[in-house]
Ligand binder design. Sequence first.
Ligand SMILES: [Zn+2]
Length: 266
Amino acid sequence: MTERFDGGVVSEWASCVREDNPGHMTLDGTNTWILRAPDEQGRASGARSIVVDPGELDEPHLRRVLEMAAPVAVVLLTHRHHDHTEGAERFAELAAAPVRAVDPALCLDADPLVDGETIEVDGVRLEVLASPGHTTDSVSFLLRDDAALLSGDTVLGRGTTVVAHPDGALGPYLDSLRTLRAAVDSVEGTVRLYPGHGPVLADAGAVIDGYLAHREERLTQVREALDAGAESADDVVRTVYADVDPILWPAATLSVRAQLEYLRTT
Ligand SMILES: [Zn+2]
């Protein structure tokens, strides 16, 4: 078992408050990211922050985040799942800050995020990269000055992510991984991964390559299972995900449905 990730100061630019909501899907808990420009001395300045994914409606967590993040310029959401967004409205109220997401329904007093846009707040420049697949509204953020990629649930700090069919889809997901790989390649030096769950990883590019290889491998296995007579998503899960804890099979079934859909349409 990998060491648990507890958050804390991760770089001159980024801190993480890990919510205490561990689970099969949330790993150690949801990572709430606080981004702020360092001052000349490299210490956190009085500048405003950007908060990414406030997490669930969990008052003690939201207050811990606010303590570290205030003053907050804007709250960003990586995707619509409740472990990232449920507390957004309450946090926005506490911080008196607007909320932005790809899905207009999640925005508060601000416009939806646009692919390719750069968000600038008191010295922090964050590049918005649409990365649909885990969900249709998933988005990642490149913090070029910190050589870091905030990947939400598109790429996790441990294990692999679920392509949550029918909201999620595999074709867009594979395209998104390639988009993120290209973004990482455009940065000088090695880019670290700041995921939505699990620990910071040293080499985002290598992790993304691993994800692409894993998806290819699973697709091959699904094709083989179909050739061998598997007739339903459940049949495929029992064969292909035999190496995975059965407690994760319901999640695996969502990914298999996405894979079957992908194979039907490509
Ligand atoms: Zn999540």
